[in-house]
Design a protein around this ligand. Sequence first.
Ligand SMILES: Cc1cn([C@H]2C[C@H](O)[C@@H](COP(=O)(O)OP(=O)(O)O[C@H]3O[C@H](C)C(=O)[C@H](O)[C@H]3O)O2)c(=O)[nH]c1=O
Length: 180
Amino acid sequence: MEVRPTSIPDVLLIKPSVFEDARGFFKETYQEERYHKIGVGVQFVQDNNSRSQRGTLRGLHYQLEHSQGKLVQVFRGEIFDVAVDLRRSSPTFGKWTSAILSEHNHLQLYIPPGFAHGFYVLSELAEFSYKCSDYYFPEHEKTLLWNDPQLDIEWPITESPLLSEKDQQGIPFSNIEYFD
Ligand SMILES: Cc1cn([C@H]2C[C@H](O)[C@@H](COP(=O)(O)OP(=O)(O)O[C@H]3O[C@H](C)C(=O)[C@H](O)[C@H]3O)O2)c(=O)[nH]c1=O
């Protein structure tokens, strides 16, 4: 297992050990003791899975109350994954970091509570799977505008993305509620 730094210290890029043989491969996608040791300091309580077609952009979402830490990964396809630091007291407040996660690189991104999260699908199809450290509370969910000019996220977008109704009406960074 390898842990790689990202441009935001608390966001970790993790490469699990992958054991390949003539049948295919095996990897542990989560192991509490080992992940706590490398800094994944949360207890996960919910697993999610979404499937998206090429050009889909989901995000940028966060729960202001019941903020969720997330361990995200892709089991099919490839995505451009983004985390935005919304913790006002953080030295990287308002900064974003990204990673290409794919079925081939096996990379996982750990995003602690206090961040907005989203991704853009680069492959024909993306099977996205992630662990959350708190439950889903739709009443507390917020959507940060994915293409907010102040954040200036460098999405590798080739055409206008496929967005949900909710994501089309994201709130600009200057108007959202942040974490202390
Ligand atoms: C997130 C969630 C959604 N849902 C239901 C609510 C809707 O009926 C349906 C689709 O929800 P939504 O359009 O919010 O799904 P995404 O756009 O993939 O949302 C996720 O997108 C970004 C990438 C995230 O990081 C968040 O985990 C999450 O907000 O699933 C549930 O029942 N439980 C849940 O935990």
